[in-house]
Design a protein around this ligand. Structure first.
Ligand SMILES: [Zn+2]
Length: 322
């Protein structure tokens, strides 16, 4: 009897121990493993979601960048087009005004008509060719340069100066949006091109042409203020009263450019002729020999470079100081 009861107690103890082993196994091994598996899966899924979200975000960023780039390009194109229109409008208006028309009275000596050829936006791949043509006709001109080619081609600026032409300023960046944002931006850009030109010539340059002219309608800053600023700096700004038309987006034939120049020159005693020296204006280069040939055959015409003493042709005249 006693043996049976001892055996029973043992069995019970073994059962309890087994139950405890199972319990511990469940609590300390199975459940943590299950939890780990569950957490691992959850982590994997979250990771996947995160990766998908980040790739979507990156895609959106790229789209935003593209859009911004497109908007920026379109904005610049719009501003340039407006400036072109305003230049064209000014040229048309000026050509209709004939206060300066040459009047030759009987018995009078033929007056001397002054012609100032000006090349904007250079220097470029054509500068040297233009200089060679000008040399051929013994003519000096005025180059309103930007700083765009300064780093890569300083020799082009140097050549303009060394060969006796006027190295004049036309802003450093020529980006309307930046230059005309406010007066400080204008001054910053102006100082940059002034310092650069001074580095070439050794003297403070005193001739400037506003990108788009002083009467441009794209400036966000009052142009009177900028004109006054230049005046206070001892700098004379020059616009133009004859346009070659080569600023047009459609490339004009060299014959058309010559005809435009001569029509304007015939209308004025003092002609400041607007032309461009950029890598797309090959018809301007092609027009030069005929233009210079024709001008040299006109006995009453003198082709000169602009200097500080030249009477300024200005679309927007400086208001008298009160
Ligand atoms: Zn320009």
């Amino acid at each position: 009897m006693e043996d049976t009861s001892i055996q029973n107690r043992r069995r019970k103890r073994v059962k309890v121990i087994k139950a405890l082993i199972v319990f511990f196994f469940l609590v300390f091994i199975t459940i943590p493993i299950a939890c780990a598996i569950y957490l691992g899966c959850a982590l994997y899924m979250t990771n996947n979601e995160l990766m998908e979200m980040s790739s979507q975000y990156e895609a959106q960023l790229t789209i935003t960048d593209d859009l911004q780039q497109r908007l920026y390009t379109e904005e610049n194109e719009r501003i340039a087009a407006e400036a072109e229109l305003s230049e064209a409008a000014v040229s048309i208006n000026l050509e209709n005004v004939d206060t300066d028309t040459v009047e030759i009275e009987a018995g009078d000596e033929k007056p001397v008509r002054e012609v100032y050829l000006t090349f904007d936006d250079g220097p470029s791949i054509y500068t040297e060719q233009i200089l060679d043509i000008l040399d051929e006709y013994g003519v000096k001109a005025t180059f309103f340069v930007t700083g765009e080619a300064a780093e890569a081609f300083p020799e082009r600026y140097q050549a303009i100066y060394d060969r006796g032409h006027t190295l004049a300023m036309h802003s450093y960046s020529h980006i309307y949006k930046d230059i005309y944002k406010d007066k400080d931006s204008f001054i910053k850009d102006f100082n940059r091109i002034r310092d650069y030109v001074k580095g070439i010539t050794g003297e403070d340059p005193v001739i400037y042409r506003f990108p788009g002219g002083s009467s441009n309608t794209v400036s966000q800053t009052d142009m009177d203020e900028l004109c006054e600023y230049l005046n206070a700096e001892g700098v004379k700004y020059f616009d133009w009263n004859v346009s070659s038309g080569d600023a047009s987006r459609i490339t004009l034939s060299s014959d058309r450019i010559v005809a435009n120049c001569l029509a304007g020159i015939n209308n004025h005693n003092e002609s400041v002729v607007l032309m461009h020296d950029t890598s797309t204006k090959y018809t301007t280069v092609a027009a030069l020999p005929t233009l210079l040939e024709t001008l040299s055959a006109m006995e009453d015409v003198e082709v000169l470079p602009i200097t500080a003493d030249t009477v300024a042709v200005q679309h927007k005249e400086l208001k008298e100081a009160e």
